[in-house]
Design a protein around this ligand. Structure first.
Ligand code: FS2
Ligand code: SF4
Length: 542
């Protein structure tokens, strides 16, 4: 097997025997076979788009299927067999509509379902690697594929909320189809990666629109971290729409709903909070702690998206997956024509004890998305002009299990008192409950939202630049980013597309970035690895 799409890749140079995330070589092979088939589908989709044939079904399917291949999303080999079959059906259907055309071998590729898909997947993954003649182009191809996976996940969420833009689908399909083109040079691949970043900005904007038009703009909201007595359901992942569907079905059942991981910012949406008072509090921290946290939770647990870890026996009977998420033998809730029936989850929660003891009250505040922060832009600008606020730090991104991620906790602890920390995504759980006080009524620690809300942080940065009438690289803002999976790669490409300079990235740099590509990023964007909190803080403030 070969996979190096995430930060915890084995020994920093690729998982070859077994995934550090728990992905088996067999699942990796069928994921590779699926991506290979999607590349063939993409060339057909592009022809169909040229011929003005509707490709919406193919586009949405492509996004869901790519989403399923991301880190910690789906470990179920059978689901990938289904995805491959559906991919071929959709492809042949489009070909039939296009009439007789000459298709490439890839667009005609037909796996043999009577034989092992694992060995066929291994052949196609090797095919990509064996074709490597230029390490730098290979590095950029992997960057593009991994970035497109992140882009696909945002696009999938946005379309769930009724927000679509064909130009985003176009970039996804063009990028997949480009992998097999032999006529593209290094500059072409740099341009493709930046185009993925541009499309990702649009996808995140659509997702932001979907969330805010449906649930209102997030507002500062206190979220209890201590449970209350009674039956309970825990919802993890990122999917606000699926959380809303569960809240509707649990209304008046007496069950309390808690968020976990990246669903914490859901509490900031006024139309969810007002409508569903049983959306009560948050339980637990970041994804890598779930095996301990899920085992202790006394109710049913729903995983809507990444990050799913291979479940432990002591909680697998109360765990449910849906959407692109999956794990063999784990309870699965199917989505039928967009509708989800959570009755099995509710029955499971009713059969479990729920919380029987209360604990010391604790809370955190969420809801500092772009609308809230930019509504006080004047206060921020004045405080900056008067020197009351010296600098902003965006300390955000993914969490993970490696001890060197303590850098981010220490960084926030060492930020001087006249500076403000904006944060987002699951990396914040290392410091989200710290009491950092306020400046001019503005909290010194502001939670912008999920990794899916990176658009909000970008909008805040652009809004402040606009208020000062300078470029975004001239405002006193430093980006201290932690990455783990492919959404982070897509967001990084968006930041590069916007020309953001001096990003500090950690805890390690992506294994798929070749030395020459890294030099290009350092020379052009001053992208740099994190060092120590003290050294990086001094450099940012200097
Ligand atoms: Fe965290 Fe995991 Fe959010 Fe990533 S919950 S690392 O895939 O999507 O940020
Ligand atoms: Fe390894 Fe990450 Fe790939 Fe899992 S997703 S196999 S940990 S590189």
């Amino acid at each position: 097997m070969f996979c190096e799409q995430c930060e915890q890749t084995a020994s920093g140079n690729g998982c070859h025997q077994w995934g550090a995330c728990g992905k088996s070589p067999e699942v990796n092979a069928v994921q590779d076979l699926l991506v290979y088939c999607l590349r063939g589908l993409a060339s057909v989709v592009l022809k169909a788009k040229e011929a003005a044939i509707s490709t919406r079904k193919a586009d949405i399917f492509t996004c869901e299927a790519l989403f399923a291949t991301m880190t910690n999303v789906n470990f179920d080999q059978r689901r990938f067999t289904d995805y491959i079959q559906r991919c071929l059906e959709i492809r042949e259907n489009l070909k039939a509509q296009l009439g007789s055309l000459d298709w490439s071998a890839l667009a005609n590729y037909q796996p043999n379902f009577n034989e092992s898909l694992v060995s066929q997947g291994q052949e196609v993954s090797l095919e990509l690697i064996e074709k490597v003649q230029d390490l730098d182009i290979f590095s950029l191809k992997l960057t593009a594929i991994y970035g497109v996976k992140g882009l696909a996940s945002y696009t999938f969420h946005a379309q769930e909320l009724g927000q679509e833009d064909d130009s985003v689908y176009q970039v996804i399909q063009e990028t997949l189809a480009a992998i097999d083109r032999g006529d593209l040079n290094l500059n072409d691949w740099v341009a493709i990666c930046l185009k993925v970043g541009a499309a990702n900005l649009r996808a995140m904007e659509l997702l932001d629109q979907g969330h805010t038009e449906t649930y209102g703009h997030p507002i500062p909201t206190n979220v209890p971290l201590n449970p209350r007595l009674g039956k309970a359901i825990l919802v993890s992942g990122h999917d606000i729409k699926q959380l809303a569907a569960l809240l509707a079905q649990t209304a008046n059942t007496g069950i309390t709903v808690y968020t976990h991981g990246e669903l914490l910012p859901a509490h900031g949406y006024p139309k969810l909070k007002e409508k569903y008072p049983h959306l009560y509090g948050h339980y637990g921290t970041a994804w890598q702690n779930q095996t301990k946290e899920f085992a202790k939770f006394p109710g049913a647990i729903v995983l809507t998206t990444n990050c799913l870890m291979p479940p432990h026996e002591n909680y697998e009977s109360k765990l449910f997956t849906l959407g692109p998420v999956g794990y063999a033998h784990i309870n699965r809730i199917e989505t039928v024509d967009g509708a989800i029936d959570f009755s099995r989850v509710i029955a499971k929660a009713q059969s479990l004890p729920g919380f029987t003891e209360i604990s010391e009250p604790r809370q955190v505040m969420v809801g500092f998305a772009h609308n809230t922060v930019l509504s006080v832009a004047d206060t921020v600008v004045n405080a900056l002009k008067q020197g009351k606020i010296r600098h902003f730090f965006l300390v955000g991104g993914c969490d993970g299990a490696k001890p060197d991620r303590n850098y981010y906790t220490e960084f926030v602890e060492q930020v001087p008192e006249d500076c403000i920390v904006l944060t987002l995504a699951c990396g914040k759980f290392r410091f989200f409950d710290k009491q950092l006080g306020s400046i001019e009524g503005l909290p010194r620690l502001m939670d912008v939202g999920q990794c899916n809300d990176a658009y909000s942080a970008i909008k805040i940065a652009l809004g402040l630049a606009n208020a000062f009438n300078v470029s975004v690289n001239e405002i006193p803002l430093s980006l201290i980013i932690s990455w783990y999976e492919q959404k982070a790669i897509a967001v990084l490409l968006t930041l590069l597309h916007l020309g953001m300079q001096n990003i500090r990235l950690g805890p390690t740099l992506p294994a798929f970035i070749s030395p020459n590509v890294l030099k290009f990023l350092a020379d052009t964007y001053h992208l740099q690895p994190i060092t120590t909190p003290a050294k990086d803080l001094a450099a940012c403030l200097g």
